[in-house]
Design a protein around this ligand. Structure first.
Ligand SMILES: [Mg+2]
Length: 137
């Protein structure tokens, strides 16, 4: 089952990294460079399964995004994981209070990211993803 993950981060490199980490797991990645772009994408794509959210971003940061998304009822429908750098604990605490489901510090181990995602949404392992591909031929 293809999962749609919205990555909200102002670093293009981070987007690429998520794509590499998750490509074996039947995940489609949508890219937003800030909270505002994320809200725009959410209004278009009604089937987003998960949001990976940076905190420090221009235009609309992660906390501002969560405030809006929470008020709009989005956080209740789509789980959010905050993935941010150390030393921003108050932002993380605020984010979790606004409904974020988890938190990971950058830089992260890809294995930790996959484990955290798997706790929140069911993702296929690479093996079962292969089986699925094979069966659908
Ligand atoms: Mg950032």
């Amino acid at each position: 089952m293809l999962k749609k993950i919205l990555v909200v981060d102002d670093s293009a490199l981070i987007h690429q990294m998520y794509r590499i980490v998750m490509m074996k797991y039947h995940c489609e990645i949508l890219d937003a460079m800030n909270g505002k772009e994320a809200l725009d994408l959410i209004s278009i794509h009604k089937d987003i399964d998960l949001i990976l959210l940076d905190i420090n971003m221009p235009v609309m940061n992660g906390v501002q995004f969560l405030e809006k998304a929470s008020a709009m009822g989005i956080v209740k429908k789509i789980p959010v994981i905050i993935i941010s750098t150390e030393g921003k604990e108050e932002d993380t605490v605020r984010g979790l209070k606004l409904g974020a489901k988890g938190y990971l510090k950058k830089p992260f181990d890809p294995k930790d990211l996959r484990e955290l995602i798997a706790k929140i949404i069911p993702i296929s392992s690479p093996a079962s993803a292969c089986t699925h591909n094979f069966n659908s031929l």
